[in-house]
Design a protein around this ligand. Sequence first.
Ligand code: 8GP
Length: 837
Amino acid sequence: VEASIPEPQREAWLKHQVSGFKDKDGFESEVVRHVETTLARSMFNCDESAAYSACSLAFRDRLILEWNRTQQRQTFVDSKRLYYLSLEFLMGRALDNAMLNIGQKDVAKAGLADLGFRIEDVIEQEHDAALGNGGLGRLAACFLDSLASLNYPAWGYGLRYRYGIFKQEIIDGYQVEVPDYWLDFNPWEFPRHDVTVDIQFFGIVRKSTNENGRTVSHWEGGEIVKAVAYDVPIPGYATPSTNNLRLWSSTAASGEFDFQKFNNGDYESSVAEQQRAETISAVLYPNDNLERGKELRLKQQYFWVAASLYDIVRRFKKSKRPWREFPDQVAIQLNDTHPTLAVVELQRILLDLEGLEWDEAWSIVTNTFGYTNHTVLPEALEKWSVPLIQHLLPRHLQIIYEINLYFLQSVERKFPDDRELLGRVSIIEESQPKMVRMAHLAIVGSHKVNGVAELHSDLIKTTIFKDFVTIFGPDKFTNVTNGITPRRWLHQANPRLSELISSKTGGKDFLTDLNELNKVELHVNDKAFRKEWAAIKLANKERLAKHIKTSAGVTVDPTALFDVQVKRIHEYKRQQLNIFGVIHRYLTLKAMSPEERKEQQPRVSIFGGKAAPGYWMAKQIIHLINSVGKVVNNDEDIGDLLKVVFLEDYNVSKAEIIIPASDISEHISTAGTEASGTSNMKFVLNGGLIIGTCDGANIEITREIGENNIFLFGNLAEDVEDLRHAHTYGSHEIDPDLNRVFQEIEKGTFGSTQDFAALISAVRDHGDYYLVSDDFHSYVETQALVDEAYRNQEEWITKCITSVARMGFFSSDRCINEYAEGIWNIEPLRVEKEEGA
Ligand code: 8GP
């Protein structure tokens, strides 16, 4: 790369090359420089927020130098790259992560102390980057960390929402949504005003014939919106590799405003176009595991996909390689079906703009894409109405029909006379209006389809995508069990435990090779080690207890058993089962004599999570939890035996406080509904045990850590269908203990009975789709086993240590290596490792 620059100029560049700070002194000087110049402040008015800004800018400068070098290395080597297309990246805070991944947190801590600041307070200033809903978005963020840490040449592509997931406030026990405007000051992004793409919507398709007699389509007219790139550097851990997350922001193509209108005195409508354009990237849709088919959402999807593909294709074309080599240079992963229009867009580019024949283009397309499915819930499977696509993307609809035609023809050749099969697998659903089934399009347009845990990958093959296994054969479908990054979810969230582990495993290698954790098991009987282990857990619980006090106003005893369920609120995740269980516990305690009560294990039931704003039932669950808390927490008979807390605004940075403080966490979805779950892995990695159903990754966690170290309960996935059928067509007896809980709610013990009626009748009168009653008894019994096990602290600690030691499999590094080998066919770049990060 350097060779193309003439000698004298190159010398000047190299002489002045910036290198970033090396030590504490260098760090301090960078911080002071940023305070005094970039922020135009001084030591007299540098508050914690300014210290955060300056510290972040100092680290950002370092990152961007490595980012540049990484990009140069990748361009020079020109090997195959991965592009991860995700509409959600739930990144959380960046500063702490950057300091740790670079290996300079100690330097920053000492430097900030010199300047009069505590590093913890500085870190606390940062607003979470919350561009996601839940598991799917956080998985994408963990993947970026692993891709960079493993030196894979990879880019993430997403949308730069002005508003991330809403902030949740709890007012009188109800969820209230407040907009999350997070871009006031964001040092972690670089606007690239020179990297823009014009994106077309609406318009018409005109056909013409070219000199070879071939029909050529021209998509003309309509509206143009401009996409502007914002780059976010992603630092790898203990490596200089710094990858790029490119987020697109929408703006009017014609610039600030329409001058013609402005000059005519019509100022208001001159800015209208700008506002319309900016609406596209304005807000993240706040639904988790639910699709609503809104036009603006489809606009978001196409806007992001078209800008990203333009960028990818532009980069490929620079190499001057022939088109057939595209899949050797480019792998694109579809994170769920949200980016599926990319399949159609690439076919359009190759066909209409690059002049390739259909078959050649289609073979390039299908060899490029892979598709990850994250749910079997029918309400989450995306469908777009044909008239809507016709209106917004007329050329794309034609191509979708053509893809479908060739696909159905091939199916018919293989399975003649099976008209029903054709109807079932068609990309077009023959409904009123007709709908495009995005999952079908994604399967047909990809070379590999994967689920995210073994059970889930089996389920998609035997249920929703069964016919496609028949058509394409089983090899197209595969499993890649999810993972989490141990850098954020152990080293960053639980520094003392990370330190203790490194003292027993011989250094920090476990952070890059999580299987090293197994060495911990050798020390399971080491007294001093166990003592320190318990002290760390207690300290983490004390920290959470403080947070509970300030945020929820409830005093909890840190030596009680902390029972945690934090995740999006959803009927299938069954927070209602948990709170009904809590009520049952309360009633049981109330019925006891004071002597009997003394024998009971004190517990704090901690809940957290957002309900989609339009999900009424989920909001009732939140209200019930808060109402129960109000009664139980103020009952003098009960005292510290039971506390119930709902933590407001659960997000990534709160998870980092909550997860290390858990004794038992709940992963209790109806069997077969939770594709994987990833917080289950985070809790166990932090020395907490779990109570769960045989669902998602719980099954593989059990296999790894051993069934003695997990509390499983409930019906199995294979029995769910029959049970549901029996509820609807047979008699449906409600569990007697659960019935008592219902009666208590109906008596008004927890306030407004009306609000909670729907939660009860979903179980009693409407078929109990999520099998709450069927699993209630087994749940309550298993919770009693948890109490009993916890009373034997020595055994409990043994279980925790053993489980952590066996969690190596759940690193997102393992997961990314599996994708790289089995789906993307990409290799890591060779990079000199950095010393002792
Ligand atoms: C989530 C799954 O619910 C969760 O089990 C899994 O761990 C996570 O993805 C990562 O794989 N799925 C979704 O968030 C999801 O499917 N969202 C839908 C709208 C696509």
